[in-house]
Each structure stands twice: as structure tokens, then as C-alpha cells.
Design a protein around this ligand. Sequence first.
Ligand SMILES: [Zn+2]
Length: 331
Amino acid sequence: MRKLCWRISSSAASDPAEQQSMSESRRKLSYLVGTDYTIGTPTQERTGLGKIVTIIGFTEDNRRVIVADKSDPTRTAEVKFSNIGYLVATDGTFVDMITGKPPEAQPTRKAVLHVLHHSVPAPSEPLATARRCMRKPIPEIFEAARLLDAAVTAHLLGRFDLADELIRAADMSAIRDWSESLWGPRSPYVQYRDLPHPLPHLPTEQRASLRNPTPDQKSALHSRDGHHCRFCGIPVIPAEIRKRIRERYPHALRWGRTNPEQHFAFQAMCAQYDHIVPWSRGGKTEVDNMVVTCWPCNCGRMEYSLEEVGLLDPRTRAPIRSTWDGLRRFH
Ligand SMILES: [Zn+2]
């Protein structure tokens, strides 16, 4: 089934025969968000990324792919299609992007053949080193995004059984484990520290009257930030899109009242609108004080300031630009 997923193009026909006959310019449409590729040494040196990268989107003119380092997904770069090497299959072998078969000459660079589902190391960054996010995303999240993207494509092609199957396949317990590791006061990844002059915790009557952003503010935030978490970079899905998909696939997209009853990928990727200066500490519900984030990054920080948990201000770096659309094309 996994092969089917990555061979479905997000905007071209799903018929493999038709894909094979595509011109070079259309072939790039069969690169899917969430798939892993190799890049050559010159590109590694130019971008500072490692050999294996994950596609997280495309530039708006569709001429370059946006990739994230496989071992450090917070590091990203734009790469020409011609600089992307072999697709790295989930079993660690190389397959041709179009045919799905091993290329005639297998590459000998053994370094590429490392285990893709590596475990995430325990937090070790000292607080003195500010970090981009509290815990790096795991590969399964990007794999789930790829499956959900393919599910929406299958749905739009009228292949409803396949869409249902793909939504279920994205419901991975590894993603639940990642999310839960960031929630709650005992998370080892949050690493709170006392500051000499902390922002006060304001009583309710002194906080800004509006806590949640308006629909206009949400759309302004997505216009600026796209559909990726500004901290950890994972793709996010707005709640209204999840509801729309759930209406059509109520069993595959389970969404009960408690955390374990909710589809783990939709849960982690649920778009949040996070106050940089926390609302309870005097932050205003204004676009300049807010960023789009994933659920674990938002909930994990709780009411701490960035400085208290040693996070870099995500507004000091550019948002990820990609064609991941938050599944908004679903209808
Ligand atoms: Zn995040």
C-alpha cells in the first residue's frame, strides 16, 4: 500500500501508465510531500544539510523542492529538482520515482542505507543553547502527512475506499507517543528555568479581553505562516478542514472526547494559534504576537515565555513556504 501512496501525484493523474508518459516538467508533480530523497555532496555543502532529506513542500513557482534534513527536520533548504537524487524507500532501499522499481545500478553509498525509523534521542540540549523547538519531530509525522495528502488526492479522484485506508494508515501510535512526550508539567523536553525578572502572571481581569483569534486573524496568520508549525516545522491542518474530512470519513478519522480517542496524526497536526508572549503574562491577541503552531508545541510550552524554556523566537526566521495546503483542497 505504501507504494501506492507515493505514486499518487498530488495534482496529476494517478494512473501509473500515464505518469510514466509524463514529460519531464510534469514528472515533478509526482514528488510527494513527506518522501525521502538523497542529495549529492555539492548540494549538501551548499545547503548544509545531510545526505537524506525529506520533501516538505515546493516553491510557489514549482521550480524547486523545499527539503528538510532527515536527521534534523528544523533545518531546511530549497533544492532544484535536478539536484534531488534517489528516492529512499521506507525499507531503506532505493527505488525509481516513476517506475517504483529498483534502479538498474544500485548506488553504493552505504551511508544512505541507514535505518529510516530511527529513534529520537533523549533531550540533551543544555538550556544555555536556545533551541528552535522543544523536541524535534519524528519521521512518522512527515510520513503521516504524505499519507493524508495522498488520501485527499484519492478522495478527489473518487477512490473513496483508498482514501479511507490511507487516513487510517496515518493514525500512528508513534505520533501519539511524540505528542504525549511534550504534554504535561513532567515532560522532560520542556525544561523550564527560573529567570531573574520573569513576566508576571496576570490575574484574569488584567489580561487582554480577547484570548482566541478571530477568523480574520487566523486567515492572516495562515497567509503569513502557511501551514507549518513555526516552531518544529511539521505540517498542520486547520480544525475546520479536519471537521470537513471527518464528516465524510467518520470512522477513519476518529475524533472522540479524550486524547486516546482522537486520530493521532490529525491531533498532532491540528493547527494552533499560539501567543508568543503568553496571554496570561500580558500578551495580546494580535497577529504580531501570534504564530501558527502544531498542537504539541502549543500545549507543551503552556504559559511559559520563550526565554523560560530556552526557545528561539520563531518570528526571527522565515516561515516554511511550501505547497502543503493544510488539506484545504478537500471538498
Ligand atoms: Zn510544532
